[in-house]
Write a protein that binds this ligand. Structure first.
Ligand code: DOR
Length: 438
Protein backbone atom coordinates (compact mmCIF):
# COMPACT_ATOMS: atom_id res chain seq x y z
CA UNK A 1 0.00 0.00 0.00
CA UNK A 2 2.90 2.35 0.70
CA UNK A 3 5.68 3.27 -1.67
CA UNK A 4 8.63 5.57 -1.31
CA UNK A 5 10.05 6.96 -4.56
CA UNK A 6 13.53 8.25 -4.06
CA UNK A 7 15.86 10.48 -6.00
CA UNK A 8 13.82 11.65 -9.01
CA UNK A 9 13.76 15.23 -10.20
CA UNK A 10 10.18 16.33 -9.60
CA UNK A 11 9.10 18.57 -12.44
CA UNK A 12 5.68 20.21 -12.25
CA UNK A 13 5.86 23.42 -14.29
CA UNK A 14 2.32 24.46 -13.28
CA UNK A 15 3.64 24.72 -9.70
CA UNK A 16 7.10 25.97 -10.66
CA UNK A 17 8.50 22.85 -9.07
CA UNK A 18 11.85 21.47 -10.23
CA UNK A 19 13.74 19.77 -7.46
CA UNK A 20 15.17 16.41 -6.46
CA UNK A 21 12.72 15.22 -3.82
CA UNK A 22 11.32 11.98 -2.42
CA UNK A 23 7.63 11.11 -2.68
CA UNK A 24 5.68 8.86 -0.38
CA UNK A 25 2.54 7.30 -1.80
CA UNK A 26 -0.11 6.02 0.57
CA UNK A 27 -3.47 4.57 -0.51
CA UNK A 28 -3.11 5.95 -4.02
CA UNK A 29 -2.38 9.47 -2.84
CA UNK A 30 0.79 11.54 -2.63
CA UNK A 31 1.14 11.60 1.15
CA UNK A 32 4.45 13.45 1.47
CA UNK A 33 6.95 15.23 -0.73
CA UNK A 34 10.22 16.16 0.93
CA UNK A 35 13.98 15.83 0.76
CA UNK A 36 15.49 12.55 2.07
CA UNK A 37 12.38 10.86 3.41
CA UNK A 38 13.27 7.77 5.43
CA UNK A 39 11.45 4.56 4.61
CA UNK A 40 8.98 3.46 7.23
CA UNK A 41 7.39 0.19 6.38
CA UNK A 42 7.16 0.79 2.65
CA UNK A 43 8.51 -0.43 -0.65
CA UNK A 44 11.42 1.76 -1.77
CA UNK A 45 11.87 2.53 -5.48
CA UNK A 46 15.04 4.23 -6.59
CA UNK A 47 14.39 6.75 -9.37
CA UNK A 48 17.75 8.49 -9.23
CA UNK A 49 18.58 10.18 -12.53
CA UNK A 50 14.96 10.18 -13.74
CA UNK A 51 12.32 12.91 -14.07
CA UNK A 52 8.91 12.55 -12.42
CA UNK A 53 6.17 14.80 -13.81
CA UNK A 54 2.37 15.12 -13.77
CA UNK A 55 0.77 12.19 -15.60
CA UNK A 56 0.29 12.69 -19.32
CA UNK A 57 -3.27 12.97 -20.64
CA UNK A 58 -4.00 12.19 -24.28
CA UNK A 59 -7.18 14.05 -25.10
CA UNK A 60 -7.54 12.53 -28.57
CA UNK A 61 -7.42 8.74 -28.81
CA UNK A 62 -9.39 6.24 -30.90
CA UNK A 63 -9.96 3.00 -29.00
CA UNK A 64 -12.36 1.41 -31.54
CA UNK A 65 -14.48 -0.48 -28.99
CA UNK A 66 -17.35 -1.17 -29.40
CA UNK A 67 -17.50 -2.57 -32.89
CA UNK A 68 -14.03 -2.46 -34.42
CA UNK A 69 -12.15 -4.76 -32.09
CA UNK A 70 -10.01 -6.04 -34.96
CA UNK A 71 -8.35 -2.60 -34.94
CA UNK A 72 -8.16 -2.07 -31.14
CA UNK A 73 -9.95 -2.92 -27.92
CA UNK A 74 -10.24 -0.86 -24.77
CA UNK A 75 -7.77 -3.25 -23.19
CA UNK A 76 -5.07 -3.11 -25.89
CA UNK A 77 -5.56 0.65 -26.27
CA UNK A 78 -5.25 1.30 -22.56
CA UNK A 79 -2.16 -0.90 -22.37
CA UNK A 80 -0.67 1.14 -25.21
CA UNK A 81 -1.56 4.32 -23.30
CA UNK A 82 0.12 3.04 -20.13
CA UNK A 83 3.22 2.06 -22.06
CA UNK A 84 3.29 5.43 -23.78
CA UNK A 85 3.35 7.29 -20.46
CA UNK A 86 -0.31 8.36 -20.49
CA UNK A 87 -2.20 8.07 -17.21
CA UNK A 88 -5.43 8.98 -18.98
CA UNK A 89 -6.93 9.15 -22.43
CA UNK A 90 -10.10 10.72 -23.79
CA UNK A 91 -11.49 8.34 -26.39
CA UNK A 92 -13.30 9.55 -29.48
CA UNK A 93 -16.83 8.40 -30.29
CA UNK A 94 -16.36 7.18 -33.88
CA UNK A 95 -16.86 3.56 -32.85
CA UNK A 96 -19.48 1.23 -34.32
CA UNK A 97 -22.04 2.22 -33.21
CA UNK A 98 -20.80 5.67 -32.21
CA UNK A 99 -20.82 6.72 -28.55
CA UNK A 100 -24.10 8.58 -28.88
CA UNK A 101 -26.02 6.82 -26.10
CA UNK A 102 -25.58 7.10 -22.39
CA UNK A 103 -25.31 3.30 -22.10
CA UNK A 104 -22.28 3.25 -24.45
CA UNK A 105 -20.54 6.00 -22.49
CA UNK A 106 -21.17 4.14 -19.25
CA UNK A 107 -19.91 0.90 -20.83
CA UNK A 108 -16.58 2.51 -21.75
CA UNK A 109 -16.16 3.89 -18.23
CA UNK A 110 -17.09 0.59 -16.57
CA UNK A 111 -14.85 -1.47 -18.85
CA UNK A 112 -11.99 0.98 -18.29
CA UNK A 113 -12.29 0.55 -14.54
CA UNK A 114 -12.34 -3.25 -14.92
CA UNK A 115 -9.18 -3.14 -17.03
CA UNK A 116 -7.53 -1.00 -14.39
CA UNK A 117 -4.66 0.45 -16.43
CA UNK A 118 -4.72 4.08 -17.60
CA UNK A 119 -7.93 5.99 -16.99
CA UNK A 120 -10.37 6.40 -19.86
CA UNK A 121 -12.73 9.36 -20.33
CA UNK A 122 -15.25 9.04 -23.15
CA UNK A 123 -15.97 11.85 -25.57
CA UNK A 124 -19.57 11.44 -26.78
CA UNK A 125 -21.00 12.27 -30.20
CA UNK A 126 -22.43 15.68 -30.97
CA UNK A 127 -25.01 14.18 -33.32
CA UNK A 128 -27.00 10.97 -33.35
CA UNK A 129 -25.00 8.26 -35.16
CA UNK A 130 -22.52 11.03 -36.02
CA UNK A 131 -24.71 11.81 -39.00
CA UNK A 132 -24.61 15.53 -38.43
CA UNK A 133 -28.40 15.79 -38.62
CA UNK A 134 -29.86 15.67 -35.13
CA UNK A 135 -28.26 16.49 -31.78
CA UNK A 136 -27.49 13.54 -29.51
CA UNK A 137 -28.91 13.68 -25.97
CA UNK A 138 -26.05 15.81 -24.72
CA UNK A 139 -27.38 16.26 -21.17
CA UNK A 140 -27.88 12.55 -20.72
CA UNK A 141 -24.43 11.81 -22.16
CA UNK A 142 -22.81 14.32 -19.80
CA UNK A 143 -24.60 12.75 -16.83
CA UNK A 144 -23.34 9.37 -18.00
CA UNK A 145 -19.77 10.66 -17.80
CA UNK A 146 -18.90 12.16 -21.20
CA UNK A 147 -16.15 14.74 -20.69
CA UNK A 148 -16.64 16.47 -24.06
CA UNK A 149 -18.61 16.18 -27.30
CA UNK A 150 -17.27 15.66 -30.80
CA UNK A 151 -18.18 14.03 -34.10
CA UNK A 152 -14.44 13.49 -34.63
CA UNK A 153 -13.55 11.58 -37.74
CA UNK A 154 -16.22 13.75 -39.31
CA UNK A 155 -17.03 17.43 -39.06
CA UNK A 156 -20.32 18.91 -37.87
CA UNK A 157 -21.08 20.28 -41.31
CA UNK A 158 -24.26 22.20 -40.53
CA UNK A 159 -23.45 25.48 -38.83
CA UNK A 160 -26.87 25.59 -37.20
CA UNK A 161 -26.33 22.20 -35.54
CA UNK A 162 -22.89 23.27 -34.32
CA UNK A 163 -24.38 26.44 -32.91
CA UNK A 164 -26.98 24.50 -30.93
CA UNK A 165 -24.40 21.97 -29.76
CA UNK A 166 -22.27 24.83 -28.46
CA UNK A 167 -25.24 26.35 -26.63
CA UNK A 168 -25.99 23.06 -24.86
CA UNK A 169 -22.35 22.32 -24.15
CA UNK A 170 -22.04 25.70 -22.47
CA UNK A 171 -24.88 24.85 -20.10
CA UNK A 172 -23.28 21.47 -19.43
CA UNK A 173 -19.80 22.97 -19.02
CA UNK A 174 -18.25 20.54 -21.48
CA UNK A 175 -16.12 21.58 -24.48
CA UNK A 176 -17.04 20.73 -28.05
CA UNK A 177 -14.05 19.25 -29.87
CA UNK A 178 -14.20 20.26 -33.50
CA UNK A 179 -12.84 18.17 -36.37
CA UNK A 180 -12.52 20.96 -38.90
CA UNK A 181 -13.11 19.76 -42.43
CA UNK A 182 -15.34 21.14 -45.13
CA UNK A 183 -16.31 17.93 -46.90
CA UNK A 184 -17.17 19.70 -50.12
CA UNK A 185 -13.56 20.87 -50.34
CA UNK A 186 -11.85 17.70 -49.12
CA UNK A 187 -14.03 15.20 -51.02
CA UNK A 188 -12.02 12.36 -52.51
CA UNK A 189 -8.69 13.74 -51.28
CA UNK A 190 -6.01 11.45 -49.90
CA UNK A 191 -3.13 13.82 -49.06
CA UNK A 192 -2.19 17.50 -48.96
CA UNK A 193 -3.16 19.38 -52.12
CA UNK A 194 -0.18 20.73 -54.00
CA UNK A 195 2.59 19.89 -56.44
CA UNK A 196 3.46 16.57 -54.78
CA UNK A 197 -0.07 15.18 -54.92
CA UNK A 198 -0.39 16.15 -58.57
CA UNK A 199 2.93 14.43 -59.28
CA UNK A 200 1.75 11.35 -57.43
CA UNK A 201 -1.54 11.27 -59.30
CA UNK A 202 -3.64 11.60 -56.14
CA UNK A 203 -6.46 13.95 -55.26
CA UNK A 204 -5.54 16.59 -52.73
CA UNK A 205 -7.11 17.95 -49.58
CA UNK A 206 -6.66 21.73 -49.68
CA UNK A 207 -5.68 23.61 -46.56
CA UNK A 208 -8.84 25.67 -47.01
CA UNK A 209 -10.93 22.58 -46.16
CA UNK A 210 -9.69 22.96 -42.59
CA UNK A 211 -9.33 26.73 -42.43
CA UNK A 212 -12.87 27.70 -43.46
CA UNK A 213 -14.22 25.49 -40.66
CA UNK A 214 -11.77 26.91 -38.10
CA UNK A 215 -12.97 30.39 -39.05
CA UNK A 216 -16.64 29.35 -38.85
CA UNK A 217 -16.23 27.71 -35.47
CA UNK A 218 -14.37 30.66 -33.96
CA UNK A 219 -17.33 32.84 -34.95
CA UNK A 220 -19.80 30.33 -33.50
CA UNK A 221 -17.81 30.04 -30.26
CA UNK A 222 -17.78 33.80 -30.04
CA UNK A 223 -21.53 34.15 -30.51
CA UNK A 224 -22.42 31.34 -28.10
CA UNK A 225 -19.64 32.03 -25.58
CA UNK A 226 -19.15 28.27 -25.30
CA UNK A 227 -15.85 26.43 -24.93
CA UNK A 228 -14.56 25.05 -28.19
CA UNK A 229 -11.44 22.94 -28.69
CA UNK A 230 -9.88 22.41 -32.11
CA UNK A 231 -8.66 18.90 -32.86
CA UNK A 232 -5.51 18.26 -34.91
CA UNK A 233 -4.71 21.70 -36.33
CA UNK A 234 -2.46 21.31 -39.39
CA UNK A 235 -1.96 24.59 -41.28
CA UNK A 236 -0.31 27.98 -40.79
CA UNK A 237 -3.55 29.86 -41.51
CA UNK A 238 -5.44 27.78 -38.90
CA UNK A 239 -2.80 28.71 -36.32
CA UNK A 240 -3.19 32.38 -37.26
CA UNK A 241 -6.98 32.18 -36.99
CA UNK A 242 -6.78 30.58 -33.53
CA UNK A 243 -4.18 33.12 -32.39
CA UNK A 244 -6.42 35.93 -33.56
CA UNK A 245 -9.54 34.41 -31.93
CA UNK A 246 -7.72 34.01 -28.63
CA UNK A 247 -6.49 37.60 -28.80
CA UNK A 248 -10.12 38.70 -29.08
CA UNK A 249 -10.98 36.69 -25.96
CA UNK A 250 -12.94 33.84 -27.57
CA UNK A 251 -12.81 30.73 -25.37
CA UNK A 252 -11.04 28.44 -27.78
CA UNK A 253 -8.20 25.98 -27.28
CA UNK A 254 -6.36 23.86 -29.82
CA UNK A 255 -4.23 20.79 -30.23
CA UNK A 256 -1.65 19.48 -32.68
CA UNK A 257 -0.36 15.93 -33.17
CA UNK A 258 3.26 14.75 -33.02
CA UNK A 259 3.01 13.66 -36.67
CA UNK A 260 2.02 17.13 -37.87
CA UNK A 261 4.83 18.64 -35.78
CA UNK A 262 7.50 16.32 -37.12
CA UNK A 263 6.60 15.16 -40.64
CA UNK A 264 5.74 16.89 -43.90
CA UNK A 265 3.80 15.59 -46.91
CA UNK A 266 7.11 14.14 -48.15
CA UNK A 267 6.43 11.22 -45.78
CA UNK A 268 3.79 9.91 -48.20
CA UNK A 269 5.91 10.39 -51.33
CA UNK A 270 6.57 6.63 -51.54
CA UNK A 271 2.82 5.96 -51.18
CA UNK A 272 3.34 4.89 -47.57
CA UNK A 273 -0.20 4.45 -46.26
CA UNK A 274 1.16 4.47 -42.69
CA UNK A 275 1.65 8.21 -43.14
CA UNK A 276 -1.86 8.75 -44.54
CA UNK A 277 -3.68 10.77 -41.93
CA UNK A 278 -6.55 13.23 -41.75
CA UNK A 279 -5.88 16.15 -41.75
CA UNK A 280 -3.02 15.29 -44.08
CA UNK A 281 0.62 16.01 -43.39
CA UNK A 282 1.35 19.45 -44.80
CA UNK A 283 4.43 21.47 -45.80
CA UNK A 284 7.59 22.58 -43.99
CA UNK A 285 6.10 26.07 -43.71
CA UNK A 286 3.05 24.67 -41.89
CA UNK A 287 5.30 22.66 -39.56
CA UNK A 288 7.18 25.85 -38.69
CA UNK A 289 3.91 27.66 -37.94
CA UNK A 290 2.63 24.78 -35.79
CA UNK A 291 5.85 24.77 -33.77
CA UNK A 292 5.67 28.54 -33.37
CA UNK A 293 2.03 28.24 -32.31
CA UNK A 294 2.95 25.69 -29.67
CA UNK A 295 5.75 27.85 -28.39
CA UNK A 296 3.67 31.04 -28.08
CA UNK A 297 0.67 29.30 -26.48
CA UNK A 298 -1.70 29.46 -29.46
CA UNK A 299 -1.72 25.67 -29.46
CA UNK A 300 -2.38 24.44 -25.93
CA UNK A 301 -2.07 20.69 -26.27
CA UNK A 302 -0.19 17.94 -28.04
CA UNK A 303 -2.57 15.01 -28.59
CA UNK A 304 -1.73 11.77 -30.36
CA UNK A 305 -4.89 11.20 -32.46
CA UNK A 306 -3.97 7.54 -31.94
CA UNK A 307 -5.85 5.90 -34.84
CA UNK A 308 -5.10 2.18 -35.01
CA UNK A 309 -5.96 0.24 -38.17
CA UNK A 310 -5.34 -3.36 -39.23
CA UNK A 311 -2.56 -4.33 -41.62
CA UNK A 312 -5.17 -5.38 -44.18
CA UNK A 313 -6.78 -1.93 -44.02
CA UNK A 314 -3.49 -0.16 -44.54
CA UNK A 315 -2.30 -2.51 -47.30
CA UNK A 316 -4.92 -1.09 -49.63
CA UNK A 317 -3.98 1.19 -52.49
CA UNK A 318 -3.11 4.64 -51.14
CA UNK A 319 -6.32 6.34 -52.29
CA UNK A 320 -8.46 3.67 -50.58
CA UNK A 321 -6.52 3.03 -47.35
CA UNK A 322 -8.04 4.55 -44.19
CA UNK A 323 -6.57 7.66 -42.58
CA UNK A 324 -4.73 7.29 -39.27
CA UNK A 325 -1.50 6.74 -37.36
CA UNK A 326 -1.09 4.55 -34.28
CA UNK A 327 0.50 7.09 -31.96
CA UNK A 328 0.27 6.34 -28.26
CA UNK A 329 3.51 4.41 -27.88
CA UNK A 330 5.84 6.59 -29.89
CA UNK A 331 4.55 10.09 -29.07
CA UNK A 332 6.54 10.94 -25.96
CA UNK A 333 9.88 9.56 -27.20
CA UNK A 334 9.46 11.36 -30.52
CA UNK A 335 8.57 14.65 -28.84
CA UNK A 336 11.51 14.40 -26.44
CA UNK A 337 13.84 13.69 -29.35
CA UNK A 338 12.51 15.94 -32.11
CA UNK A 339 11.20 18.91 -30.11
CA UNK A 340 12.97 19.02 -26.74
CA UNK A 341 16.19 17.49 -28.09
CA UNK A 342 16.33 20.02 -30.93
CA UNK A 343 15.51 23.01 -28.75
CA UNK A 344 12.02 23.67 -30.17
CA UNK A 345 10.33 23.30 -26.76
CA UNK A 346 11.71 23.11 -23.25
CA UNK A 347 10.93 20.01 -21.21
CA UNK A 348 8.70 22.14 -18.99
CA UNK A 349 6.72 23.38 -21.99
CA UNK A 350 6.31 19.84 -23.28
CA UNK A 351 4.99 18.67 -19.90
CA UNK A 352 2.41 21.48 -19.84
CA UNK A 353 1.17 20.52 -23.33
CA UNK A 354 0.93 16.84 -22.43
CA UNK A 355 -0.48 16.99 -18.91
CA UNK A 356 -1.58 20.22 -17.26
CA UNK A 357 -3.30 21.80 -20.29
CA UNK A 358 -5.36 18.82 -21.50
CA UNK A 359 -6.37 18.04 -17.89
CA UNK A 360 -7.51 21.65 -17.47
CA UNK A 361 -9.52 21.68 -20.72
CA UNK A 362 -11.31 18.44 -19.78
CA UNK A 363 -11.65 19.50 -16.13
CA UNK A 364 -9.83 16.41 -14.88
CA UNK A 365 -8.81 16.89 -11.30
CA UNK A 366 -5.73 14.78 -10.89
CA UNK A 367 -2.14 14.73 -11.93
CA UNK A 368 -0.58 17.64 -10.06
CA UNK A 369 2.47 16.74 -8.02
CA UNK A 370 1.43 17.97 -4.60
CA UNK A 371 0.65 16.47 -1.22
CA UNK A 372 -2.94 15.23 -1.05
CA UNK A 373 -3.25 14.72 -4.82
CA UNK A 374 -3.97 11.40 -6.44
CA UNK A 375 -0.66 9.72 -7.33
CA UNK A 376 -0.91 9.94 -11.13
CA UNK A 377 2.43 10.61 -12.72
CA UNK A 378 4.80 9.75 -15.52
CA UNK A 379 8.52 9.06 -15.06
CA UNK A 380 10.89 9.92 -17.90
CA UNK A 381 14.40 8.69 -18.60
CA UNK A 382 15.87 11.50 -20.69
CA UNK A 383 18.97 9.49 -21.57
CA UNK A 384 17.31 6.31 -22.73
CA UNK A 385 18.10 5.58 -26.36
CA UNK A 386 15.79 3.38 -28.36
CA UNK A 387 14.52 2.55 -31.82
CA UNK A 388 10.78 2.67 -32.46
CA UNK A 389 9.68 -0.85 -33.26
CA UNK A 390 6.01 -1.23 -34.12
CA UNK A 391 6.44 -4.97 -33.52
CA UNK A 392 6.63 -4.27 -29.79
CA UNK A 393 3.48 -2.09 -29.71
CA UNK A 394 0.86 -3.12 -27.18
CA UNK A 395 -1.69 -1.52 -29.49
CA UNK A 396 -3.15 -3.70 -32.20
CA UNK A 397 -2.42 -0.85 -34.60
CA UNK A 398 1.07 -1.13 -36.08
CA UNK A 399 0.38 1.63 -38.59
CA UNK A 400 3.16 4.09 -37.93
CA UNK A 401 5.50 5.95 -40.28
CA UNK A 402 8.00 6.19 -37.39
CA UNK A 403 9.02 2.52 -37.37
CA UNK A 404 12.82 2.40 -37.20
CA UNK A 405 13.25 5.99 -35.95
CA UNK A 406 15.93 6.47 -33.31
CA UNK A 407 14.89 8.27 -30.16
CA UNK A 408 16.55 9.65 -27.05
CA UNK A 409 14.34 9.99 -23.98
CA UNK A 410 11.38 7.80 -23.07
CA UNK A 411 8.58 7.30 -20.56
CA UNK A 412 9.70 4.47 -18.27
CA UNK A 413 7.06 4.34 -15.55
CA UNK A 414 3.36 5.22 -15.53
CA UNK A 415 1.57 5.46 -12.21
CA UNK A 416 -2.22 5.70 -11.89
CA UNK A 417 -3.67 6.28 -8.42
CA UNK A 418 -0.54 4.86 -6.86
CA UNK A 419 -0.46 1.74 -9.06
CA UNK A 420 2.36 1.18 -11.52
CA UNK A 421 0.48 0.36 -14.70
CA UNK A 422 3.65 0.26 -16.77
CA UNK A 423 7.27 0.20 -15.68
CA UNK A 424 10.63 -0.38 -17.28
CA UNK A 425 12.98 1.02 -14.66
CA UNK A 426 16.21 -0.85 -14.14
CA UNK A 427 18.42 -0.48 -11.11
CA UNK A 428 20.88 1.78 -12.86
CA UNK A 429 17.92 3.10 -14.86
CA UNK A 430 19.59 2.84 -18.27
CA UNK A 431 19.59 1.15 -20.59
CA UNK A 432 16.21 -0.21 -19.51
CA UNK A 433 16.58 -3.78 -20.61
CA UNK A 434 15.33 -5.79 -17.65
CA UNK A 435 12.19 -4.46 -16.08
CA UNK A 436 12.16 -4.77 -12.32
CA UNK A 437 8.53 -3.92 -11.98
CA UNK A 438 5.42 -3.92 -14.06
O1 DOR B 1 -6.44 10.17 -39.47
C1 DOR B 1 -7.49 10.12 -38.85
N1 DOR B 1 -7.96 8.95 -38.37
N2 DOR B 1 -8.19 11.25 -38.65
C2 DOR B 1 -9.41 11.25 -38.12
O2 DOR B 1 -9.99 12.29 -37.99
C3 DOR B 1 -10.06 9.97 -37.73
C4 DOR B 1 -9.05 8.93 -37.46
C5 DOR B 1 -9.64 7.53 -37.36
O3 DOR B 1 -10.64 7.36 -36.66
O4 DOR B 1 -9.07 6.61 -37.94
Amino acid sequence: MRKLLKGARILDPARSLSEILDIEIRDGTIARIARDLSPQDCEVIDLTGLVLCPGFVDMHTHLREPGQEDKETLETGLRAAARGGFVAVACMPNTAPPLDQRASVEYVIRRGLQIGLSRVFPVASVSKMQKGEELAELGDLAEGGAVAFSDDGKPVSRAELMRRALEYSRMLDRPIISHCEDLTLSAGGAMNEGYLCTKMGLRGIPKAAEEVMVARDIILAETTRARLHFAHISTRRSVELVRDGKARGVSITAEVTPSHLILTEEAVSGYDTNAKVNPPLRTADDVDALRQGLKDGTLDVIATDHAPHTREDKEKEFAYAPFGISGLESAVSLLLTELVGRGVLSLEELILKLSTNPARILRLHFGGIQEGSSADFTVLDLEKEATIDTGTFQSKGRNSPFHGWKTKGAPVLTCVQGNFVWGEVTRDSRPARSPVMV
